[in-house]
Design a protein around this ligand. Sequence first.
Ligand code: C5P
Length: 275
Amino acid sequence: MLTLHSPAKINLFLRIIGRSPDGYHELASLFQAIDLLETIQFSLADDDTLTCTDPSIPTDGSNLILKAAHLFRKKSGLAFGLKVHLEKNIPHQAGLGGGSGNAATTLWALNQLLGKPVGIDDLIEWSGEIGSDISFFLSRGTAYCTGRGEIVRPLPPLPGQHLWIIKPHQGTSTPAVYGKLDAAKLPARDPEATLHKFYSGTPDYYNDLEGAAFAVLPELAVIKRQLLEAGYGQVLLSGSGSSFFCIGDQAPPKVPQAQAYSVKFIQRPEHGWYT
Ligand code: C5P
């Protein structure tokens, strides 16, 4: 049996470039892994089975863990079954990439359990087929991602930061948020220039999805204002929400109907997985 931690992510900035002909939006975003972790146990078995501590998580073939196992089988041509137990800890509909982190962790685990038949670059290439954010987690934990998110440019670690994640009890559905977005009305900012600012000590945090998420769930704008009034230098929606990350050490104010998590940036070791 192999027990691994599955990480979460935030988007330090997220720029929507436009809409591609397939209806998906093209983005450019600086992704960072954080130590909001959950635990997954993997073992090879006759069939694929998934159990989870959270009964609201589907454990059928729609779960990205089982999609990742299926993808590994298809791409490698190897025959195996995978038994998985997920101790869910990362909130969902949160913009924290919990399900994508699970899929990346599954691809890594399978490669270990099967004697490393493929390299990390193969896993990164395969993962784009089943979801947009999975490839990022196979980087070293800091990356500039473009396309639908699946084109990953690995980057050196940024200076460590302490953050609070505030997750309102209500989640936001990614399709609903994208549905409210009018990409043509967004300010024209050059994401490469934004990226450069993060590496020259003058970070510029923004998320083009924030306005659309506030249109879907207006309480989010109220929560953001409360968090800014608490004195954080930065409060930004992660992905399509509904979580915010707040940069600063002070304890968060009591936001009714929200959960707070104290987190920091993490990196993946060169030949290992996130811990
Ligand atoms: O990636 P995910 O399956 O969570 O996306 C759900 C929906 O969100 C897509 O079907 C699409 O409508 C929208 N989306 C998008 N552009 C992206 C990612 C998601 O328009 N880059």
